[in-house]
Design a protein around this ligand. Structure first.
Ligand SMILES: Nc1nc2c(ncn2[C@@H]2O[C@H](COP(=O)(O)OP(=O)(O)OP(=O)(O)O)[C@@H](O)[C@H]2O)c(=O)[nH]1
Ligand SMILES: [Mg+2]
Length: 421
């Protein structure tokens, strides 16, 4: 089962605005008529019930949306690049992958049809038709299209189970799951029979919950050994655990401690999850023979351990009843202390503007200004006054003057090139 994928998404860049002038037979100096570029396509993730796994995203990792078309003469607007839609299973969590740790949540797609834009297409550049002013009737500038966003994205499919059934391989997890639910996992006398989490619905009187067998937990699972690492993540999302132990193992209490160590090495929160301990296979003669000794060793380690046989059904009803009770109290305490999820979009800090020279052009690097130039339509005189004010506010004017800019010099920032001042 593929429950997690990391992909790289690149939205389409905006099409370029163009420089063009009207040409008509009897009009010697036609005005500027360069059209705008179209916006680039976004990359959108949509939850779809028809999709059941993230497998495809493991196979194909790079996605690119279409670029916006360039503008054309006669004020022709370039066509918008088409959005690229990625369909994912309902229950998929979408995160930005952060290079410095602390991935940030973009969206939790819990309902069919819910969607999130994971990379925004670049805006199309403005054609020179926008740049005519009373003093400049033949503007020779046009904006380039903005680059499309590129992001590394993590897709994670939530396994929506209330209770995780954990334990070493071959302890009888599948046998227990089959005994208490309609699930039909494969059961065999060798480890790693179950290779992906299996869900079953358990009914206890009027109540019911979803129990998931979490396979393949072994020593070193937190390092990726066995199958454990992939599925430890699922445990994070469960409300509580049933920890099943093989009563016929050489040291059952030690097994329990080992598995718990694995959990806490993966994520200390896992070790804090409410846990019910059940020692299985008590129908076996050799286990029966040392039942008293087992009770003693577990009494020392946990407040209450269950002694059950998934095969014969002994003790199972009590274990399930206690699970339902514990879930109820876990739900109550969770409702009390729930912390709202924060959606966090990392923003680059504002940086001091830098100026360098490329030939005769002064090139300004100032992220805040670049965002502004990408959005602002400079045609109206009022806006261009506003633009000049922003240049001062952001320290760009000062930086340019320090670099020796003179009236008439050309200055470029982002996609916009203009004449100083
Ligand atoms: N005698 C006895 N055997 C059991 C009991 N529960 C499970 N078994 C046996 O133990 C073996 C493993 O059982 P599974 O249910 O496949 O164990 P599992 O924990 O799901 O194992 P994996 O999925 O391979 O990790 C099988 O041969 C079962 O028949 C029990 O209560 N008593
Ligand atoms: Mg199994």
């Amino acid at each position: 089962m593929f429950d997690r994928a990391e992909i790289v998404v690149k939205a389409g860049s905006g099409g370029n605005g163009v420089i063009s002038f009207r040409r008509e037979k009897w009009v010697p100096f036609g005005g500027p008529d360069g059209g705008d570029g179209g916006d680039g396509g976004d990359i959108v993730v949509i939850a779809d019930e028809a999709v059941t796994s993230l497998r495809i995203f493991r196979q194909k990792r790079h996605y690119k949306a279409a670029r916006g078309r360039d503008g054309a003469g006669k004020k022709k607007h370039g066509r918008k690049g088409e959005n690229l839609i990625l369909t994912v299973p309902v229950g998929t969590v979408v995160l930005y992958k952060s290079q410095i740790g602390g991935d940030s949540l973009i969206a939790d797609l819990e309902q069919p049809g819910q969607q999130a834009v994971v990379a925004k297409g670049g805006r199309g550049g403005l054609g020179n038709a926008h740049f005519a002013t009373s003093t400049n009737q033949a503007p020779q500038i046009a904006q380039k299209g903005e680059e499309g966003e590129e992001n590394s994205i993590i897709l994670e499919l939530k396994l929506i189970a209330d209770v995780g059934l954990i334990g070493y391989p071959n302890v009888g997890k599948s046998t227990l799951l089959a005994a208490v639910s309609a699930a039909k996992p494969k059961i065999a006398s060798y480890p790693f029979t179950t290779r992906e989490p299996i869900l079953g619905v358990v009914e206890v009187g009027q109540r019911s919950f979803i129990l998931a067998e979490i396979p393949g937990l072994i020593d070193g699972a937190h390092l990726g050994r066995g199958l454990g690492h992939d599925f430890l993540r699922h445990i994070v999302r469960t409300k509580m655990l049933i920890h099943l132990i093989d009563g016929s193992s050489s040291s059952p209490a030690e097994d329990m401690a080992q598995v718990n160590t694995e959990l806490s090495l993966f994520d200390s929160a896992l070790a804090q999850k409410p846990q019910l301990v059940a020692v299985n296979k008590i129908d076996l003669p050799q286990v029966k023979a040392r039942l008293a000794e087992l009770r003693d060793s577990f009494a020392a380690a946990v407040t209450k351990a269950f002694f059950v046989s998934a095969a014969s059904g002994e003790g199972i009803a009590e274990l399930m009843a206690e699970t339902a009770n514990m879930l109820q109290s876990a739900a109550r305490s969770e409702a009390g202390g729930r912390v709202p999820k924060k959606v966090f979009h990392p923003q680059p800090r504002s940086i001091v503007p830098r100026v360098r020279k490329e030939g005769d052009t002064f090139v300004v690097t100032a992220p805040e200004l670049e965002r502004l130039t990408a959005r602002t339509d400079m045609t109206s005189p009022r806006l261009s006054r506003e633009f000049r004010r922003q240049l001062v506010r952001l320290g760009v004017t000062k930086a340019l003057e320090r670099a020796g800019v003179k009236p008439g010099d050309s200055v470029r920032c982002g996609n916009l090139e203009w004449e100083w001042p």
